[in-house]
Design a protein around this ligand. Structure first.
Ligand code: NDP
Length: 454
């Protein structure tokens, strides 16, 4: 893919970027390693000072950076601004807590003293996607730098200005040179970066295919990976749910980021006794959403991030309908020329259909009607993915019981799935492995060293 800004709302090519050459990439890796050798010895106070400054910049200049996000990947400006501000929260969270998360841990053993010492690994490569082009990067960047690591970012090829903007913010926050650099490279150049001896670990957020390729190369090199891949989150509506609230949140959770979120609700598993009532409310609220240019005020969703992603989603819908899925709310693409995709609801979604088996990364809801709670859990677990999920019931104890039986990295009871700095984030099954955020996230890329003193 070319490294370029192509406005998905208009199809206009705004700017093309020259990729870094292999020599330039090697030089940047050397600079990163050099930066690591002093950054690893910096105090937590110093790191936190820059991280707090970075949070201030993100808050104060949220609109400027939000515009870049909207322009490159089509998110409504108000959501883009909210995303930039959210990045400030993860910076502050790790600025405040990294010292305690990384503190020596005394362990009772047969030694006169034994402890776990948490030490940085070095240069970590982050391969990131376009859907939350700031947030995905910051949830890596904040813990990585606070731990004493340094970062190299290979961002998605359609968001180069976001990549460069983040580099600029890090610089303006006063971090030492080269603790965080963007590599403008295509995915074919990634193997060479993983293979470089200075690069110690890799994190990737993106598709299953990209994750398996990166993990394969990292495996050959015996380098640690964290993978945050797709999801097909279940949104379970039980018979005792508050249907008005559930329907409202169903729309929000399916349509977040024009449906392009790994933790968006994708499979709506609804108990039959309340299915008609729920579907009617869901459809009516979905129909009320407004679309337009991402820079307009008062729109609910924009175009998808790329035309090819809209085409791919259209194919998944057509294939599902061909195999018997029923259209409850019609939408989709108007013509073939752009990346806009109107929301759709499908029901009668069955095994074998793309809407059942695959991730639908856009504004299409797949509804499955089930007999009872037991069948809801079985259908929720009948997925190759295991990222998040939600269950709606007025009985919290019942909600917890269901939450514990769904095979995912996170479950929410009467709330939509979302990430927040203090809670671990990540999946099981084909959704990946490892955790971001919380104290678990900062410990992924550190040497958890045992020290035994006799
Ligand atoms: P990709 O997984 O292809 O892209 C994500 C990142 O991985 C980009 O930086 C991309 O670079 C890079 N990448 C892709 N292939 C490789 C490779 N073989 N080696 C190294 N790096 C690689 O996502 P797409 O943009 O193509 O989106 C396709 C689908 O991926 C979506 O429909 C969705 O299902 C899923 N996805 C999931 C996301 C999530 O949040 N979990 C986020 C985005 C997508 P480049 O852009 O240069 O190709």
């Amino acid at each position: 893919m070319a490294i370029e800004t192509l406005n998905p709302a208009t199809g206009e090519l705004i700017k093309k970027f020259e990729a870094h050459t292999a020599e330039e990439v090697k030089h940047k890796i050397d600079l990163a390693e050099e930066a690591f050798q002093s950054w690893r010895n910096s105090s937590f106070e110093e790191r936190a000072k820059h991280m707090e400054k970075q949070a201030d910049i993100l808050e104060n200049e949220a609109e400027k950076y939000g515009r870049i996000i909207s322009l490159e990947m089509g998110k409504p400006l108000k959501s883009a601004i909210a995303e930039v501000k959210k990045c400030a929260t993860v910076c502050r969270y790790y600025a405040e807590n990294a010292a305690s998360f990384m503190a020596d841990e005394e362990i009772a053993s047969g030694a006169s003293r034994s402890l776990i010492s948490y030490e940085p690994l070095g240069v970590v490569l982050a391969i990131m996607p376009w859907n939350f082009p700031f947030w995905q990067v910051y949830r890596f960047l904040a813990p990585a730098l606070m731990a004493g690591n340094v970062g190299l970012l290979k961002h998605a090829s359609n968001v180069p200005q976001c990549a460069l903007a983040i580099e600029e913010i890090v610089r303006h926050a006063g971090f030492p040179d080269n603790v965080f650099q963007s590599l403008l490279i295509g995915s074919k150049e990634v193997d060479a970066v993983i293979g470089h001896p200075h690069v110690k670990a890799v994190t990737l957020t993106g598709s299953e295919l990209a994750g398996s390729k990166v993990a394969e190369k990292a495996g050959q090199e015996i380098k640690k990976t964290v993978l945050e891949l797709g999801g097909s989150d279940a949104f379970i509506v039980l018979d005792d749910a508050d249907l008005e609230q559930a329907a409202e949140m169903a729309v929000k959770s399916r349509m977040v980021n024009t449906g392009q979120s790994c933790i968006a609700a994708k499979r709506f598993i609804v108990v039959e006794s309340i299915a008609d009532d729920f579907l009617q409310r869901f459809k009516q609220k979905m129909q009320a959403l407004k679309t337009g240019n991402p820079l307009e005020e008062d729109i609910d969703y924009g175009p998808m991030a790329r035309k090819d992603l809209a085409e791919e989603l259209e194919k998944q819908v057509q294939d599902s309908v061909k195999h018997g899925a029923e259209i409850v709310l019609d939408g989709g693409r108007e013509g073939n020329s752009n990346a806009y995709f109107k929301p759709m609801i499908l029901k009668n979604v069955k095994p074998g259909m793309p809407a059942y088996e695959e991730e639908m990364f856009g504004p299409v809801a797949a509804v499955m009607i089930v007999k009872d709670e037991e069948e809801a859990i079985r259908v929720a677990n009948d997925s190759r993915y295991g990222l998040g999920g939600a269950v709606w019931t007025k009985d919290r104890a019942r909600g917890l019981r269901v939450a514990k039986r769904v095979e995912t990295g996170a479950m929410f009871v009467n709330a939509m799935v979302a990430s927040s700095p203090e809670m671990p984030f990540g999946g099981i099954k084909k959704s990946g492995y490892g955790r971001e955020l919380s104290y678990l996230g900062i410990r992924e890329f550190v040497n958890q060293k045992s020290i035994w003193i006799d």
